[in-house]
Design a protein around this ligand. Structure first.
Ligand SMILES: Nc1ncnc2c1ncn2[C@@H]1O[C@H](COP(=O)(O)OP(=O)(O)O)[C@@H](O)[C@H]1O
Ligand SMILES: [Mg+2]
Length: 262
C-alpha cells in the first residue's frame, strides 16, 4: 500500500498526518516506511532523524544514484533507516534535494521513485510519502509512485480554492503518468467543533463532490508538543482525544484496504 499525503498549501498537517498514521501502522505490527520528499525534513525530524548529519542514504541519494556499465547501484533496500520504534523506518529528506532538483529533472528521473517503491514494497507493507508544499519535481515523483492520495484540509476558504486547483493540476498527471492513483479522501485537520464555520466549509467541500473522510482530526496543542518531543502521538499521548481520532482514521483507511484485498 503506497499512500501519499499532499496539498500544495503549507501548514495544513501533511507531515503530522504522515508520521502519525505511519506510527500507528507500525505499532499495529505492519512493517512501515515513511518517505520524506520535503527539503524541510519535518517528518524526518519528527521521527528523530537529523537531516543535517552526513549520510549517503537519504531520498536525495536514492533518486540521484545510477548504476554504471561496470558497477551496480547500491541496493534500494539499503536506504530505509530504522527509527526508535519497532517496524517503523524512514528514508529521510536531505538539504541536497534543493540543488539536485533541476538536475534530476534534466536527467528524466521522474520515474525513479516509482521503480524504488516497486522494490521496497516487497519488504514494506505500508509506505507513507510526505511531500513539500508545492507541486515540484519531488511531489510529482511521489504522485507517480503512489496509489492513494490523502489531502489534508484545514477548514479555511483559501484551502477550499486550493483543493479545486489541486484536482485540476492532478488530473493531467494522473492521466499521463499514473492511472493507478486514486483520491482516497480529504482529511479534515485542526477541526474546531465549537465553531459553525468549519462545518459549513466542510459541507461545501462535500457538495463539490470531494470524498471527506471521518473522523475529523481536532485541533490540539498535543500535536505541537509531540513534534517538539519528536515522539509520535501513539507513543507520546496514547489516550488523548487527538490520538484516538488518528487511530479511528487509521482503522477506517485500513479497513478499506483490507476490503479491496479480499
Ligand atoms: N490537529 C492539529 N492540532 C494542532 N496543531 C496542529 C494539528 N495538525 C498540525 N498542527 C500544527 O500545524 C503546523 C503545521 O503542521 P505540519 O504537519 O507541519 O503541516 P505541513 O506538513 O502541511 O506543512 C505544525 O506546527 C503542527 O504542529
Ligand atoms: Mg510538512
Amino acid at each position: 500500500m503506497r499512500r501519499i499525503i499532499f496539498n500544495q498549501k503549507g501548514g495544513v498537517g501533511k507531515s503530522s498526518i504522515t508520521v502519525n498514521l505511519a506510527a500507528i501502522s507500525a505499532a499495529q505490527g505492519h512493517k512501515t516506511l515513511v518517505i520524506d520528499l520535503d527539503v524541510q525534513g519535518n517528518s524526518s525530524h519528527y521521527l528523530g532523524y537529523d537531516i543535517n548529519q552526513k549520510s549517503d542514504k537519504t531520498i536525495a541519494d536514492l533518486l540521484n544514484q545510477t548504476a554504471s556499465w561496470f558497477s551496480m547501484a547500491s541496493p534500494t533496500l539499503d536506504y530505509p533507516q530504522p527509527t526508535r520504534y519497532d517496524n517503523l523506518f524512514i528514508i529521510p529528506s536531505s538539504p541536497k534535494l534543493d540543488k539536485l532538483e533541476s538536475e534530476l529533472e534534466r536527467r528524466y528521473k521522474i520515474y525513479k521513485l516509482r521503480e524504488a517503491l516497486d522494490e521496497l514494497e516487497k519488504e514494506y507493507e505500508h509506505i507513507y510519502i510526505d511531500t513539500p508544499p508545492n507541486l515540484n519535481f519531488y511531489t510529482k515523483s511521489g504522485l507517480i509512485a503512489a496509489h492513494k492520495l490523502l489531502i489534508p484540509f484545514d477548514c479555511d476558504s483559501f484551502s477550499q480554492q486550493a483543493l479545486i486547483n489541486l484536482m485540476d493540476n492532478l488530473a493531467e498527471l494522473r492521466d499521463d503518468h499514473n492511472r493507478d492513483l486514486s483520491l482516497e479522501g480529504i482529511v479534515v485537520n485542526m477541526f474546531n467543533a465549537q465553531a459553525n464555520f468549519p462545518r459549513q466549509i466542510i459541507e461545501s467541500v462535500k457538495e463539490l463532490g470531494f470524498p471527506v473522510l471521518e473522523p475529523y482530526l481536532p485541533q490540539s496543542i498535543k500535536m505541537k508538543e509531540s513534534h517538539f518531543q519528536q515522539i509520535p502521538l501513539i507513543h507520546f499521548q496514547p489516550k488523548h482525544k487527538l490520538t484516538e481520532h488518528f487511530s479511528a482514521l487509521y482503522q477506517q483507511l485500513n479497513a478499506a484496504d483490507q476490503a479491496v484485498k479480499s
